[in-house]
Structure formats: structure tokens, C-alpha cells
Design a protein around this ligand. Structure first.
Ligand code: NAD
Ligand code: 0WE
Length: 258
């Protein structure tokens, strides 16, 4: 049985009720995990209020700002975990960002700055958070990140994010190799396209979703809660023999030849 009682889980990447991280947080809560939630702060504190209201029903015992471009916020996030929880069991990395200009047009025109932004926020952040989290995962643990098929296929307009996700998936393997001896497992879910804040800002996303509905074996897209269920599995003892993997939660789309 899937049981996460007694497990402390830090969930990053909730922006609103469409976020994949929100689907994951709900399923981890359902499985009995004790939740900590981070949010990306803005100047007006609007995000803090919005996310706090959303997650309230899940009774998070920890709610902290964490912009991964801010080293101090990362340090203080894990300092809070150390003092309030003592140990960490589960880390959900569910964030990505590239400049909007870099998600259309010619990939070869990606600027150095745009390349750096995408890889810092979308790729390096997993390495950095894992590096801090490992010291708190004293009884073993599970680290999970979110990827997309654009890491291994040239998907129109995904551009620099495809490179960032390729780096993310490689980072999963190197982290799994390093942390395995401490019984810390590291995996990725490669999710099919879902309408979220990030994906809705992308031109042509509805056409992509329509295409998946025609071609995927299950003839539909996946939901945030389905990704959440697989996340709960990958964070539980049910998956104790799985590490370093990228698991597709995409209604089967990845296997198809068109
Ligand atoms: P989303 O917009 O709800 O989530 C993206 C999150 O990234 C937001 O919560 C945002 O606050 C956070 N973020 C951005 N910059 C940050 C920073 N500097 N510090 C901390 N957090 C920051 O969109 P989503 O679709 O739920 O995306 C979550 C993850 O799922 C991403 O890694 C994305 O690549 C991946 N993914 C999405 C889809 C899809 O179709 N929606 C498919 C496969 C994978
Ligand atoms: O990883 C993603 C979303 C990544 C993303 C989206 C945005 C839009 C708004 C990163 N940064 C930004 N920056 C913004 O300013 N997905 C898997 C969803 C997605 O994004 C695409 C897709 C799909 C699917 C972009 C192009 C083509 C397909």
C-alpha cells in the first residue's frame, strides 16, 4: 500500500491550482506525507497570499519563499527544515523558466544570457537543491523532478528548454549515482503536455494537446493528479528499487512513431 505517513516532503513549484506541483502536493498529502511548500516570492507579496490560500487545506507545517536564483533563500529554506523537521525524506523539484523570446523562432539565435537563465533555473536548481537536501536526508530519501519529451526530441519552439531538460535528465543520473549509497533515490517524471500557467503562455500549446489526443495510445492527455499519483509512487517504498530513471506519464505518446 502506498503510505507516506511519517515522511517529510518539500514541494517546490506551486504557482496556482493548475500547477503540476499542486497535483503532486495533493497526492502526497493524501498518502499521509507531512508537507512543506515553497513559493516564488514577488515584490507585492501577492504570490505568497495566493499560494498560502491554495495550500491551506493540506495543512503544510512549513511555508517558505524560495527563489532558486537566490542562494540565501535556498540556505534559509533548508535551515528551516533542519530546525523544524530535523530530517527530510522527499524533495519535489517542479520548476522551469526560460525567457519567452527563447521559446519561439530560431534555436540558433538563443543568446548567452537566455541560455544561462534557462539552465540556471530549470537545470542547475535541481543540482543545487539536491546538494543541500542530501545532508538532511539522513534516513535515505527520494528526489523527483519534472521533465518533458523535448529533452530527447526536437519539439517545435521548445528550443532552449529542450537543452535544459536534457541537462536535467543527465543530472538525475549523476545525482542518482552519487546519492544511491545513502539510499537517496533520484528520478524524473516526463509528463505529457498539460495546460498550466507555464504551458498556456506558449503559442500553439492547444494544437499540441489536440495532436496528443489524436495520437497517444490512451487518446487523451494526462492530468496533474495522474502525475501526482506517479510522484507519490516514486517517493514511496513501493519504488524502492528504482533510481536514475525518467518515467513517462504521457498517455503513451512517447512510444508512437507519429
Ligand atoms: P507552473 O507555471 O505552474 O510551474 C512552474 C513553476 O516554476 C512556478 O511555480 C514558478 O513559480 C516556478 N519558478 C519559476 N522560476 C522560479 C525561480 N527562480 N525560483 C523558484 N521557482 C521558480 O507550470 P508547470 O507546467 O506546472 O511546470 C512545472 C514543471 O513541470 C516544470 O519543470 C515544467 O517544465 C514541467 N513540465 C510541464 C509540462 C506541461 O505541459 N505543463 C509538461 C512536462 C513537464
Ligand atoms: O516545460 C514546459 C514549460 C516551460 C516554460 C514555459 C514558459 C512560458 C512563459 C518555461 N519558461 C517559460 N517562460 C515564460 O515566460 N513545458 C513542458 C510546457 C511546454 O512549453 C512549451 C511546450 C510545452 C509542452 C514550449 C514550446 C513548445 C511546447
Amino acid at each position: 500500500m502506498l503510505n507516506l505517513t511519517g515522511k517529510n516532503a518539500l514541494v517546490t513549484g506551486i504557482a496556482n491550482n493548475r500547477s503540476i506541483a499542486w497535483g503532486i502536493a495533493q497526492q502526497l498529502h493524501k498518502a499521509g506525507a507531512n508537507l512543506g511548500i515553497t513559493y516564488l516570492p514577488d515584490e507585492r507579496g501577492k504570490m505568497e497570499k495566493k499560494v498560502a490560500e491554495l495550500v491551506e487545506p493540506l495543512n503544510p507545517s512549513l511555508f517558505v519563499p524560495c527563489d532558486v536564483q537566490n542562494d540565501e533563500q535556498i540556505q534559509s529554506t533548508f535551515e528551516t527544515i533542519r530546525s523544524k523537521w530535523g530530517k527530510l525524506d522527499i524533495l519535489i523539484h517542479c520548476m522551469a523558466f526560460a525567457n519567452k523570446d527563447d521559446l519561439s523562432g530560431d534555436f540558433s539565435q538563443t543568446s548567452r544570457a537566455g541560455f544561462n537563465t534557462a539552465l540556471q533555473i530549470s537545470t542547475y536548481s535541481l543540482v543545487q537543491l539536491s546538494g543541500v537536501a542530501k545532508a538532511l536526508m539522513t534516513e535515505g530519501g527520494s528526489i523527483l523532478t519534472l521533465s518533458y519529451l523535448g529533452s530527447v526530441r526536437a519539439i517545435p519552439n521548445y528550443n532552449i528548454m529542450g537543452v535544459a531538460k536534457a541537462g536535467l535528465e543527465a543530472s538525475v543520473r549523476y545525482l542518482a549515482a552519487e546519492l544511491g549509497p545513502q539510499n537517496i533515490r533520484v528520478n524524473a517524471i516526463s509528463a505529457g503536455p498539460i495546460r498550466t500557467l507555464a504551458s498556456s503562455a506558449v503559442g500553439g500549446i492547444l494544437d499540441m494537446i489536440h495532436h496528443v489526443e489524436q495520437v497517444a495510445p490512451l487518446r487523451r492527455t494526462v492530468t496533474q493528479l495522474e502525475v501526482g499519483n506517479t510522484a507519490a509512487f516514486l517517493c514511496s517504498d513501493l519504488s524502492s528499487g528504482i533510481t536514475g530513471q525518467v518515467l513517462y506519464v504521457d498517455a503513451g505518446y512517447e512510444i508512437m512513431g507519429m
